[in-house]
Design a protein around this ligand. Structure first.
Ligand SMILES: O=C(O)CCC(=O)C(=O)O
Ligand SMILES: [Fe+2]
Length: 288
């Protein structure tokens, strides 16, 4: 199965045709990336300055509607960034409503991010190293089974692609790494919540997803040998992915926007394809 499917929408608020909606839904739930090769995101005149301010900063800048932008230091105009992120979030909401209308009433808005730093050569710990194949799982933000649906747009002003690798399907990842996974410790989960290390309770599901995330990144033999395809996303392109199930790595690129949406498993067309259901089947017990 090909890892990406193209849908040629060129407007954020266009409804997809019924056929495009069906293709997008099935592709995403089957672990493919939905690529919108003609959907770019235009910056306003004054926002172009944001693409020149990254020197020295090594991090993505995250944004939440309730808390605004964080981690932008003094290099950026916070109000300008917040307005940009808000507009991008709104555009992604329109896109998802038009392409995945069955999801729309169930989507919960997560964080957004502005990614002004070149990925290649960035120094991080292995656990934060997104150049290694992984599935997404956030240590401090348990999803408790909800799907992580993310929209990315390459906004590089001078033509640099954002290069990803896509790896093995989720059920193969789980089969490979679950046998050695540590068992969840409910007392630890309660403590982490009490200390506000996690924003809500880390369920057994979240525990196993973190174990997979870490085990994949830590295993350099796996990284070298597993099936993988490289794909370059050009500036002016947008892509949608369930990043909790799709093995991915970002190898190089600079200047992207990303917005995360969370989807309850019951809102999927085929809930049995969720990582929650796959892990529960393999472990033969409930993980909520
Ligand atoms: O920045 C990117 O293109 C993706 C990096 C990644 O794997 C992530 O944010 O989860
Ligand atoms: Fe990731």
């Amino acid at each position: 199965m090909s890892k990406l499917i193209d849908i040629p929408l060129s407007q954020w608020n266009a409804s997809g045709s019924a056929a495009q909606q069906a293709v997008a839904l099935q592709a995403l739930e089957d672990g493919q990336v939905v690529l919108l090769p003609r959907l770019g995101f235009s910056l306003q005149q004054e926002e172009h300055a944001l693409l020149n301010g990254a020197a020295g900063s090594a991090k993505n800048i995250s944004w939440e509607p309730a808390r605004g932008v964080r981690g932008h230091g003094t290099a950026y105009d916070g109000a300008l960034l917040a307005a940009l992120m808000q507009r991008y979030a709104r555009h992604t909401a329109h896109l998802l409503a038009g392409l995945l209308p069955g999801y729309a009433p169930h989507l919960q808005q997560g964080k957004g991010s502005f990614r002004p730093v070149e990925i290649a050569g960035r120094v991080t710990s292995w656990r934060k190293d997104d150049t290694r194949l992984h599935v997404d799982s956030f240590p401090s933000s348990p999803t408790q089974g909800r799907r992580i649906l993310r929209v990315f747009t390459n906004i590089h002003p001078r033509g640099a692609p954002r290069v990803w690798k896509l790896g093995a399907p989720f059920d193969q990842v789980a089969q490979r790494f679950l046998p050695a996974a540590k068992r969840p410790r409910p007392v630890l989960a309660a403590l982490l919540q009490w200390l506000h290390v996690t924003k809500s309770r880390r369920t057994p599901y979240d525990h196993y997803m973190l174990q997979l995330h870490d085990a994949m990144k830590a295993d350099l033999g796996y990284q070298a040998q597993v099936e993988q395809h490289t794909h370059a996303f050009a500036p002016g392109q947008t892509w949608i992915v369930f990043s909790d199930a799709v093995s991915h790595a970002a190898l190089r690129g600079q200047h992207a926007l990303e917005q995360t949406w969370l989807l309850p498993v019951r809102a999927m067309a085929a809930p049995g394809k969720s990582p929650l259901a796959i892990l529960e089947r393999q472990l033969k017990r409930p993980l909520t």
